[in-house]
Ligand binder design. Structure first.
Ligand code: 13P
Ligand code: SF4
Length: 301
C-alpha cells in the first residue's frame, strides 16, 4: 500500500466515510474502496450505508443515485466533472414527449441518466437488472431510455413485450465494430468474447457472452477457459489481470477507455475526503421523483 493510500484509509475512519468504487476506476482507487462493483451493486451498497459520508469513485450519475437512495448522507464525488456522455444525451422534455406518444407504455430508464430524467421515468434499471425488470413489469409496452443498445439487448431477451427506443448510446461501447471482433478472434483463437450490452447488437451477436461488468468478471472467474477478449472498458481487463492472474484478458478495442471514469486520481480521493468535496446536491423535486424509480429498481432484485 502506498503512503497516499494509507492516508486515505486513516482519513476514511476518522471521517466515518464509506468508499464505493466502480470497476472502471484505476486499480489504486479500487484497492482502497470498501466495495467495488457494477452500478447495481454500488446503488445497493449506498442505500444501506451506515456511515455519515459516502465517497463515490465513479461518474456523476452513480453519486447522484447514492444521494437519492440515501438522502441523509453526505455524498462526495472526487472528480467534479466526471460525467457520462450517454447520460447527457437525453433531457426530461424528451422523456415527456415519448410518454405522450406512447401513453400506455412504462418508461424504463437506464441509471446512466440524470436525476431529472429518472424523475420522469417509472422505473430504473442497470445492465445487470434490465432483463429481469422488463419481464416483471405489468405493462406490455416499454419505452426504453436512453441506451439503444442495452434496449435492443433487453428486447431480444424479452420478446413477449413491445419496445420503443431512444437513440442514445455510450460513445466508447457503440464505436466497437463486428470487424474488430473478427480481428480479435483471429489474434486469439482460443479466447471467448465477452461484451457489455452497451455494444451494438451486431457486436453482441458475435460474442459468447453479453453481461454487465460484474457479470463479465463472474463469467471469467467461473469459466474453465483461460483466455478472454473483453468488450467493455479497460478497467475490467486490468481487474482480471490483477485478481485472476491465471487467466489472460485482451481488450477488444484499444479505444475502450472511459475518460470520465479516469478523471479522478488517487490524489483526488484524498483531497475529496480532506475537504469534503464535491458534494452532491440535487433539487428536492428531482430527488423525490427519481427516488421512486430507483427504489423500485433496487426492490426488484
Ligand atoms: P455496469 O452497470 O455494468 O457496471 O455498467 C456501467 C457503465 O457505465 C458501463 O459503461
Ligand atoms: Fe458513461 Fe460510457 Fe463511461 Fe459508462 S463507459 S460511464 S456509459 S461514458
Amino acid at each position: 500500500m502506498t503512503s497516499i493510500q494509507e492516508k486515505i484509509i486513516a482519513l476514511k475512519h476518522k471521517k466515518n466515510a464509506l468508499i464505493l468504487a466502480h470497476f472502471y476506476q484505476t486499480m489504486d482507487i479500487q484497492e482502497i474502496a470498501d466495495h467495488v462493483g457494477d452500478s447495481f451493486e454500488l446503488a445497493k451498497c449506498a442505500q444501506t450505508a451506515q456511515q455519515s459520508t459516502i465517497v463515490l469513485c465513479g461518474v456523476r450519475f452513480m453519486a447522484e443515485s447514492a444521494k437519492i437512495l440515501n438522502p441523509a448522507k453526505t455524498v462526495l464525488l472526487p472528480a467534479q466533472d466526471a460525467g457520462c456522455s450517454m447520460a447527457d444525451m437525453i433531457t426530461p422534455e424528451q422523456v415527456k414527449r415519448l410518454r405522450a406518444e406512447h401513453p400506455d407504455a412504462a418508461v424504463m430508464c437506464y441509471v446512466n441518466s440524470s436525476a431529472a430524467v429518472k424523475a420522469e421515468s417509472d422505473i430504473c434499471c442497470t445492465s445487470s437488472s434490465a432483463v429481469r425488470i422488463a419481464r416483471s413489469l405489468p405493462q406490455k409496452r416499454i419505452i426504453f431510455i436512453p441506451d439503444q443498445n442495452l434496449g435492443a439487448y433487453v428486447a431480444s431477451q424479452v420478446p413477449e413485450k413491445e419496445f420503443f427506443f431512444f437513440q442514445g448510446f455510450c460513445p466508447i461501447h457503440h464505436a466497437v465494430t463486428p470487424q474488430e471482433v473478427m480481428e480479435a478472434k483471429k489474434a486469439h483463437p482460443k479466447a471467448l468474447v465477452l461484451v457489455h450490452p452497451e455494444c451494438k447488437i451486431e457486436v453482441q451477436e458475435r460474442a459468447d457472452f453479453v453481461g454487465s461488468t460484474a457479470a463479465i468478471l463472474n463469467y471469467v472467474q467461473n469459466s474453465p477457459n483461460k483466455e478472454f477478449i473483453i468488450g467493455t472498458e479497460v478497467g475490467i481487463v486490468q481487474r482480471i489481470r490483477k485478481t485472476m492472474p491465471q487467466k489472460s484478458a485482451y481488450l477488444l478495442s484499444d479505444r475502450m477507455i472511459c475518460l470520465n471514469m479516469k478523471k479522478a486520481s488517487i490524489e483526488d480521493v484524498l483531497y475529496c475526503l480532506k475537504h469534503g468535496v464535491y458534494e452532491i446536491d440535487l433539487p428536492q423535486a428531482e430527488m423525490k421523483g427519481a427516488y421512486q424509480s430507483l427504489a423500485r429498481m433496487v426492490s426488484m432484485q
